[in-house]
Write a protein that binds this ligand. Structure first.
Ligand code: CAA
Length: 380
């Protein structure tokens, strides 16, 4: 067993760290405050190859492994989880899904600009009444010969207004249940496709989350991903990889808060000594460091499992479940270590605490991860 990262992995991690510190950190507080999408920063991330890391160079991607992706996600999330969710959705849910299940025409038309970061994509599964219960799709895609007619509403869609390409899950044949769902590529600007107002969120406020409305939108059959009825499997398989990305995001948020708390504890004095000399603070830091290390091992193991071509359903769910709890616990304690300063925006930890919460909700809640884990270990 080898726990060492390769030279290439270390370089990727350093590049992501430098980008996060130099390009994302300035302005992150203002973007959070004003819910400003990090458009310029995302453009640069695309130019640097962070938006299509695992896509084959043949389709404009970086041809990297999942470990590299996790390392970059971790570093970027330490500073700006609003930027890293854009990165995660584009890499895991959009590019990976298209490269793995799309046909050549779809890859050339959509994957290439997505992997190069020239455009970004969105993954549209959740609905007002279908979150965890994802098979209950009310959006319909009625077969009309050479195209589908799409009607319905999608909720909480990341990259909702900034995406150019949307992968939309919709029910074609209700009688077939989840086997009647299709995954369709819908372009922004399609007649009948409207974008609702931006959600005013607790955290990841720089990311743009919207409802999407489809009214008699014509989607060519050529834009269906995979065989007829493959849409739900497409969504589940894609989300399995997405969960590694969100686990890495949670790990990064925890790591960012821990690093700030550690540094602050060495600078801030109370009762005549730096607070890091008080056992009350030391115990907090020790717990944070240990939990983060355990989360990191689960994340890297999940990425490694994927890179080996093994089934990563279990390891991805475990990594997301654990890392998101660590993100929540660590950020709360980081605020506590900072005392009153932790409660104001300049010190970053209150934002990380707000950002942490979503990692227990999106791409499958913690409760859904437990369902997945239980089914894997017990059998369905
Ligand atoms: N890989 C492949 N296939 C899978 C699968 C997986 N991980 N999980 C389920 N399936 C298949 C099953 O094998 C089954 O197929 P068959 O009938 O052919 O056997 C089919 O899918 C239905 O599966 P279940 O019977 O297990 O379905 P269920 O109704 O019991 O639900 C669930 C299972 C795990 C709860 C699932 O609905 C789920 O994951 N829900 C959460 C959805 C989710 O993660 N939403 C996130 C929204 S996207 C988002 O957040 C993105 C963003 O913008 C950041």
């Amino acid at each position: 067993m080898n726990f060492e990262l390769s030279e290439e992995h270390l370089m990727i991690r350093q590049a992501a760290r430098d980008f996060a510190q130099n390009e994302l950190k300035p302005g992150v507080i203002e973007r959070d405050e004003h819910q400003k999408f990090p458009a310029e920063q995302i453009k640069k991330m695309g130019e640097l190859g962070f938006l299509g890391m695992m896509v084959s160079p043949k389709y404009g991607g970086g041809g990297m492994d999942a470990i590299s992706y996790v390392l970059a996600m971790e570093e970027i999330s330490k500073v700006d989880a609003s930027a890293s969710v854009v990165m995660s959705v584009n890499n895991s849910l959009v590019c990976w899904g298209l490269e793995t299940f799309g046909n050549e025409e779809q890859k050339l038309k959509y994957l290439v600009p997505l992997a190069k970061g020239e455009i970004i994509g969105a993954f549209c599964l959740s609905e007002p009444e279908a979150g965890s219960d994802a098979t209950s799709q009310h959006t319909t895609a009625i077969d009309a010969g050479d195209h589908y007619v799409l009607n319905g509403t999608k909720n909480w869609i990341t990259n909702g207004s900034n995406a150019s390409v949307y992968i939309v899950m919709a029910q074609t044949d209700v009688a077939k249940g989840h086997k009647g769902i299709n995954a369709l590529i819908v372009e922004k600007g399609a007649p009948g496709f409207t974008i609702g107002p931006k959600e005013n969120k607790l955290g990841i406020r720089g990311s743009d989350t919207h409802s999407l409305m489809f009214t008699d939108v014509k989607v060519p059959k050529a834009n269906r991903i995979g065989e007829d009825g493959f849409g739900f499997k497409f969504a589940m398989k894609t989300l399995t990889g997405g969960r590694i990305g969100i686990a890495a995001q949670a790990l990064g948020i925890a790591g960012g808060a821990y690093e700030l708390a550690l540094q602050y504890s060495k600078e801030r004095k109370a009762f005549g000594v730096p607070i890091s000399q008080h056992q009350a603070i030391q115990f907090k830091l020790a717990d944070m460091a240990t939990n983060i290390e355990a989360a990191r091992l689960l994340c890297y193991k999940a990425a490694w499992t994927k890179d080996q071509g093994l089934d990563y359903t279990l390891s991805a769910a475990m990594a997301k479940l654990f890392a998101s709890q660590v993100a929540m616990d660590t950020t709360i304690e980081a605020v506590q270590v900072h005392g009153g300063y932790g409660y104001v925006k300049e010190f970053h930890v209150e934002r990380l605490m707000r950002d942490a919460k979503i990692t227990q909700i999106y791409e499958g809640t913690s409760e859904v991860q437990k369902i997945v884990i239980a089914r894997q270990i017990i059998g369905k």
